[in-house]
Design a protein around this ligand. Structure first.
Ligand code: M6R
Length: 366
């Protein structure tokens, strides 16, 4: 099979088009009724609860960051499988958002059902039309990313990320928290995103170099702060499931509370440094300095200029709205997972022991 026949690569490269289609739909938010994007959902709720698994969970974490900042609503994100087993608490005045590519993930469906029975209004955000999740929820938003065939989710993550950004804007508007000029500003930034994503996908040199350097690696520490934290988790998941590399994602501030002890000359790290406000960026630079002093090989993706230094490779990404920047960081990580998996001769589209939708619980018998 040639490289271009791999669904994963094709789907990674489709991301600018997937985003462009959502940019078109986002114009509806400028209309009085919100253009039917999310109808009136969330206008009177007091909190948001995301329920999801895997990649969809990571997009939900991004959603929490955006909804709290743009709509001022408290937001909770739960792994659907953990929520299923948790204490049954009332959920009045809560909008429970089930995020799922397939709309058929057993844990997510059970969790949404439980949230609905506890009094929440439910919204499904899915890629598959007429999936069980869309029928179970009070309302649904379809991502429209087209079929995703590779087991590792890539273009749907981009669509989910964009959808929760639009949901955050919508909630900001219907709750009177987001003035029109700010809505327009965010939508303009969103409209510029597909081209920036295309640019990032075309700059393959850094990824290629990193994939070669990591060919024999057994571990990778991926560190991101604020909006880049969900991306650190998502990048690590892509590397695990497609390249079988033990990669772990960490929150920037958490790294010094234990994980730093792992760093030594055989353990490589990758730092994701979006254009955070100065204080956050300086904190990340501090962590970066500590990793370098511990002698671990270091790779850095940054949006602000950073001097390259010994033992450290730096690649600069285009600037973007802080809320949207994470998507520019995820693209190189997806490509890295893909290149590394190909270099290791693995079946990138269908990794061992995984399936596209986890529709049943594990069997109990040994
Ligand atoms: O279809 P869903 O979004 O509900 O699936 C959730 C996870 O099983 C899924 O995201 C999984 O983690 C993917 N293999 C990630 O690439």
């Amino acid at each position: 099979m040639s490289l271009f026949e791999h669904h994963m690569l094709k789907e990674i490269m489709e991301q600018p088009a997937v985003l462009a289609a959502l940019v078109e739909r986002s114009k509806g938010l400028l209309e009085g009724d919100g253009g039917g994007l999310f109808s009136g959902e969330g206008a009177s709720c007091e909190r948001i609860l995301f329920l999801a698994c895997g990649t969809s969970y990571h997009a939900s974490l991004a959603g929490k960051w955006m909804i709290e900042a743009l709509a001022g609503l408290p937001c909770q994100v739960e792994y659907a499988h953990e929520y299923r087993m948790s204490a049954r608490l009332p959920l009045e005045h809560c909008l429970a958002v089930g995020l799922s590519q397939s709309g058929e993930t057993r844990d997510s469906l059970e969790a949404m059902q439980k949230a609905r029975e506890a009094g929440a209004r439910t919204l499904a955000i899915c890629n598959v039309e007429n999936s069980t999740a869309t029928r179970l929820a009070h309302a649904a938003f379809l991502l429209g990313a087209g079929p995703e065939k590779a087991i590792a989710s890539t273009k749907v993550f981009a669509a989910q990320f964009a959808a929760v950004f639009l949901l955050a804007l919508h909630l900001g508007v219907v709750r009177g928290r987001l003035p029109r000029e700010w809505l327009e500003k965010h939508l303009q930034a969103f409209a510029a995103l597909p081209d920036k994503m295309r640019q990032v996908l075309e700059e393959g040199g850094f990824v290629q170099e990193m994939a070669l350097a990591l060919r024999e690696a057994g571990h990778l520490l991926v560190i991101g702060k604020g909006p880049a934290y969900p991306i650190a988790l998502e990048g690590a998941l892509k590397l695990k499931e497609t390249a079988y590399l033990h990669a772990e994602g960490f929150a920037g501030g958490e790294f010094r509370h234990g994980p730093m002890a792992l760093v030594e000359p055989r353990i490589p790290s990758l730092m994701l440094m979006p254009s955070l406000p100065q204080e956050g960026f300086e904190l990340m630079k501090g962590t970066l300095g500590e990793i370098r002093r511990s002698g671990g090989p270091l790779w850095v993706l940054t949006q602000k200029p950073l001097e390259p230094g010994e033992g450290m490779r730096v690649h600069t990404l285009p600037e973007a709205d802080l809320f949207l920047s994470p998507l520019l960081f995820v693209a190189p990580l997806q490509l890295l997972a893909y290149r590394l998996a190909c270099g290791r001769g693995l079946n990138v589209d269908s990794p061992r022991a995984l399936c596209k939708a986890v529709t049943s619980d594990p069997q109990g018998s040994l």
